[in-house]
Design a protein around this ligand. Sequence first.
Ligand SMILES: O=C(O)c1ccccc1NCC(=O)[C@H](O)[C@H](O)COP(=O)(O)O
Length: 223
Amino acid sequence: MVKICGINDAAGFDAALAAGADLVGFVFFPPSPRAVSPAVAASLSARQAGGAGRVGLFVDPDDALLEAVLAALPLDLIQLHGAESPERCAMLRARFGRPVMKALGIAAESDLAALDRYAGAVDRFLLDAKPVPGDALPGGNARRFDWSLPTRRRIPLPWLLAGGLTPANVADAIAESGAPGVDVSSGVERARGVKDPAMVAAFVASAHAAPDAAPRRMARPAT
Ligand SMILES: O=C(O)c1ccccc1NCC(=O)[C@H](O)[C@H](O)COP(=O)(O)O
């Protein structure tokens, strides 16, 4: 399973779908250079029906933002990339009736303890590099973490690996981490916030071809 995150223009959206990405992510976090309004996300999503699940990325969203986004386009998955508690994740999942993917920042094995705290409250995990002081954003910083860490714990839900992935390293990342899916943003950009269609195509091809992976093993979220 391959997710291309931070889609904010037609070329990036078209490239992701043409390449066979399983999920495309829209960032609803205004400080991000990849941020889109609900209207822009809806118009990009309408370029092609189906083809990839639509993911909305939020950072500690209030209910009003989720209402506005879901009124504009039918998300398949809500990605929570802030400090949302397990209780808040469960509440949003119940209120909006969409599966939730919780992003967990990982820098050391001890960070994996959060998996058990969230397991009953969410549907999937995104294991991403933990931001460090000075990072501009809570995610999407092209920072990677030790790919062997996920192998040290049983991960109780379907999950994606993220953080600093590129077309050149994604096969190694899958092999070393055992990830059933991957998520990328910076590594398929020609400039910060600008997706490069050729890099998107190369990333999806490399991830789907990775011999040690089962990237399509994790079913798409129900729509
Ligand atoms: O991309 C952003 O602008 C962003 C903003 C706020 C929270 C998370 C954000 N991105 C997360 C992702 O794009 C991915 O899920 C993941 O972090 C991989 O990012 P990258 O290292 O850039 O490939």
